[in-house]
Design a protein around this ligand. Structure first.
Ligand SMILES: Nc1ncnc2c1ncn2[C@@H]1O[C@H](COP(=O)(O)OP(=O)(O)OP(=O)(O)O)[C@@H](O)[C@H]1O
Length: 210
């Protein structure tokens, strides 16, 4: 069940091409880093993989099949602004089960307290809200998780707790992870492979530890 991007090209409107003919494959259970300078197109690339944006050229396939255009998306994206990723009119209980009932074990691993379930999104801190977004993204049908600066705005302890839970939960389930971050230490610690996104292309793929 690999996630494969083939010859992906994208530009906004008539603007310059952000990237052209990008090829990338992530295997199930793999933890891959994606790094590159600000504004180079990493978030846009992530949005295409998760089905929020259509490529101008090329395709994204999961296990050789096009990604579904409706229903639950097997490639889930968590980005750095949880408050913009939730419906403010829903209670947390509804939000977290948007893609299916979350595993209670995962909620516990993420430190989600039962009493938070009845709250509205604006009654939680950014870190508490992001825990819910991670729980929602690691739903029962998720095959790949794209973490786009997922813990950038959080303190070191919360950051470590969320990553530990995400990895501990994803790995035995063979969920692949794409970690987009400017924090080199985080990338070094988590990823077995790092993709460098530079002007318009994926420039090199560096392998660690085989
Ligand atoms: N909806 C949009 N319409 C037009 N241009 C956009 C749009 N969204 C992003 N861009 C532009 O596309 C370029 C790439 O943005 P993107 O957010 O994908 O980069 P990034 O590599 O993730 O950057 P960062 O590391 O700062 O998050 C930027 O120049 C940005 O201004």
């Amino acid at each position: 069940m690999s996630l494969k991007a083939s010859n992906l090209s994208f530009r906004y409107g008539r603007g310059p091409w952000l990237f052209r003919d990008v090829n990338m494959t992530i295997e199930p259970g793999e933890v891959v880093g994606l790094v590159g300078p600000s504004g180079v197109g990493k978030t846009t690339f992530a949005r295409i993989l998760a089905g929020y944006e259509q490529p101008r050229q090329g395709s994204v396939e999961l296990d050789g099949q096009p990604l579904p255009t409706d229903g639950f998306h097997p490639v889930q994206l968590v980005w750095q602004h949880p408050e913009q990723a939730v419906n403010p009119r829903w209670r947390m209980r509804e939000i977290v089960s948007e893609g299916g009932q979350p595993d209670p074990k995962l909620l516990e691993m993420l430190g989600i307290q039962r009493e938070w379930m009845n709250r509205w999104p604006n009654e939680l801190s950014g870190g508490e809200l992001q825990r819910f977004c991670v729980a929602r993204a690691l739903g029962p049908n998720t095959k790949f998780l794209i973490a786009d600066e997922m813990t950038t705005m959080l303190d070191a302890i919360t950051q470590a707790q969320i990553w530990q839970a995400a990895l501990e939960y994803a790995q035995p389930r063979n969920i692949g992870l794409l970690v987009i971050s400017h924090e080199q230490l985080l990338i070094d610690r988590l990823c077995s492979r790092v993709i460098h996104f530079t002007e318009g292309q994926i420039e090199q793929i560096k392998l660690f530890g085989g």
